[in-house]
Design a protein around this ligand. Structure first.
Ligand code: 4NP
Length: 159
């Protein structure tokens, strides 16, 4: 089967989706999956910036380096170049649905719908929170990353 490419989308692309990308890259590597991963925001205020220092810190505490990521805004073209796009919350999912071009080919969904028992839940925004909120974000994205990497491996996306 073709190579899977996964785009994780939140609002600013500095807190949640960089963690989702980092956690997924780590899980995919552990399973020997050859996949492309990226993240983006539905808003463009932080374009070109590295992830929030609190996101970099929680990832680092868990052995994952996300410091070289840079924020960007999602584009219409992303709906054709990625095979899977996951929104971190409902607002961003609605925003993505509204901007999807007619000829979109990516499968679009809510990230925690991938996790049995967590369907319909949002990864809540830790931007105005504290360190414990970033720990909760990390736990959510790791659950999703494990579920997604396992699913892609079972489906035979090996590149
Ligand atoms: P994120 O968090 O969507 O998880 O990256 C936010 C980061 C920045 C802003 C909002 C949410 N902001 O309004 O600048």
């Amino acid at each position: 089967m073709a190579k899977a490419s996964v785009l994780f989308v939140c609002l600013g692309n500095i807190c949640r989706s960089p963690l989702a990308e980092g956690a997924f890259r780590a899980e995919a590597k552990m399973l020997g999956l050859d996949v492309l991963a990226d993240s983006a925001g539905t808003g463009g205020w932080h374009t070109g910036e590295p992830p929030d220092p609190r996101s970099i810190a929680v990832a680092r505490r868990n052995g994952v380096d996300i410091s070289r990521q840079r924020a960007r805004k999602v584009t219409k073209n992303d709906f054709k170049t990625f095979t899977h796009i996951y929104a971190l919350d409902h607002t961003n999912l609605t925003g993505l649905q509204a901007m999807a071009p007619r000829d979109a080919t990516a499968e679009l969904g809510l990230l925690l719908d991938l996790v049995p028992g967590h369907e319909g839940r949002a990864v809540s925004d830790p931007y105005y929170g504290d360190g414990s909120d970033f720990d909760a974000t990390w736990r959510d994205v790791v659950m999703a990353a494990q579920a997604l990497a396992g699913r892609l491996a079972r489906e035979g996306w090996r590149g």
